[in-house]
Design a protein around this ligand. Structure first.
Ligand code: ZN
Length: 145
């Protein structure tokens, strides 16, 4: 990953080393497990949705640096957002990492743009998002395949 912006890589490595919101919630309204069989990543997302807004978000599980950092930044990013804001973030993020779209209003999530050059890692970057969407749809688990 030598052509990846160094600053972006630093942020990813930092979130992998010190993941934010990496604990279990005692009380939550939505939860789903995500599995990426290609890489072996397993990430569970728990959220508290109150009045259609994400009040709290946590993740557990284990995975590679990219899936862990992505879950960490996801939990930071979605707090305070409502369901449709979360859905459009996912759409924009997915478009960015698959190289279909350029960055739009993604904030810190934009650092994952580099994965578009590594198709195998796209699933690592989007795993926690797939788990989040599954949770919002009332599903218990999802897989990237
Ligand atoms: Zn991975």
């Amino acid at each position: 990953m030598s052509d990846w912006n160094e600053l972006y890589l630093e942020v990813i490595l930092d979130h992998n080393k010190n993941p934010r919101n990496n604990e279990e919630l005692e009380l939550y309204t939505h939860e789903a497990k995500g599995h990426n069989p290609l890489c072996g990543d397993r990430i569970s997302i728990q959220i508290v949705l109150e009045n259609e807004k994400v009040k709290e978000a946590k993740f557990t599980g284990s995975g590679c640096a990219i899936s862990t950092a992505s879950a960490s930044i996801l939990t930071e990013t979605i707090k305070g957002k409502n369901r449709s804001e979360v859905e459009s973030l996912f759409e924009n993020f997915h478009g960015l990492v698959t190289g279909k779209e350029t960055e739009k209003e993604l904030g810190k999530l934009a650092i994952f743009e580099g994965v578009k050059k590594y198709p195998a890692r796209v699933k690592c970057a989007t795993l926690s998002w797939h788990a989040l969407m599954a949770a919002l749809e009332g599903k218990e688990e999802t897989t990237t395949e």
